[in-house]
Design a protein around this ligand. Sequence first.
Ligand SMILES: [Fe+2]
Length: 430
Amino acid sequence: MISTVAESAIDADRAAWAQRLRRVRAASEALAADLSPEDQTIQSMPDVSPTKWHLAHTTWFFETFLLIPLLPGWRVHHPAYGHLFNSYYEAVGPRHPRPQRGLLSRPGVDEIAAYRRAITGGMLDLIGGADERQWREIAPLIELGLNHEEQHQELILMDIKHVFSVNPLKPAYRPRAATPAPRSMAGPAGWMQFGGGMAEIGHAGNGFAFDNEGPRHRQWLEPFRLASRPVTCGDYLDFIEDGGYRRPEFWLSDGWATVQSQGWQAPLYWEREPDGEWSIFTLGGLLPFDPAEPVCHASFYEADAFARWAGARLPTEAEWEVAAADVPLAGNLGDRGRFHPEAVSGKGNELQQMIGDVWEWTASSYSPYRGFHAVNGAIGEYNGKFMSGQMVLRGGAAVTPPGHVRVTYRNFFPPAARWAFSGIRLAEDA
Ligand SMILES: [Fe+2]
């Protein structure tokens, strides 16, 4: 009797994993459903990957790390896909150069859809057929594969936005109602006071986290203040109109060099109309400038320069995480389907929009936490080898899948990157 109860619990557990696998896989496919094969093939810059590449690469991850080593009798789906769809795993072998992903007219979207169906089917066989000893090895890899695929769902949206932005037709990924957004003015940001002292940050306990979020460890914090809301487009326009992009005194040396070499005059996707007004390109098409929206698609260099101009600074990731400890994990995330930050509101007397809308740059470089060790083998390449030359962002954005945000989550990008949904929240010493 006892074993029957235990077995039914195991069956229910497996069924839940199978359901989650189907749901995450279907969500990726839904993001591509309205895109033409041509849309899904273009690579508009080296950082961007074609939609169909994301769909194939997330599938390759399951085939490479689960089906090939662990499903008895599995035959490799296509001998070339390991080379085409490996992203950066040196231990797995050589791969197609990243900047040339957009040159792959073959395999086409139908072949990649068939690849997805085959691997999802194999995964369901693996989930159903593994014995208990195998299952303990398999379950954490499935969870990593699903979280990996959710990361790529955000990348699909970031990347198709860039692809569409370089097209003079300015296509809308999800067209918005034609009514122009009402112009709103944000209230002034307030300062939330935090006392400092010995704090603990990092992931601990149950539930999934990427390896880079742990171990939980102590950090000493001096008293600090954090702005109640993100920096808005209106705030940022004040910086531009005060000569922000022409005054080197606000900029880090590398940032100023980038402003010069790239000709930056505003965040990515801001477009100045012939009448001098600004518009912003979004996944809903080109929209009127709304000064109350959180500024988005700013680089770390721009975030840092804005903060210096404003007489403030960016928060460290430890300050951000301590401040966010009691914030509900809800906000304008990808499930709303808006895929764009929402205007700020409120009186400035509480923390707002910490979760969702825009990833917030921190002043912290992406480095290992004390005690961090990447696991052995190819999976150890997932995060650890990127801990050089990048900055941490926190909080999730309007394109982040719900359930994929945690207060311990460490996103990271190089300081000049602007195609992520990256914004700014100010801090200051208290
Ligand atoms: Fe990946």
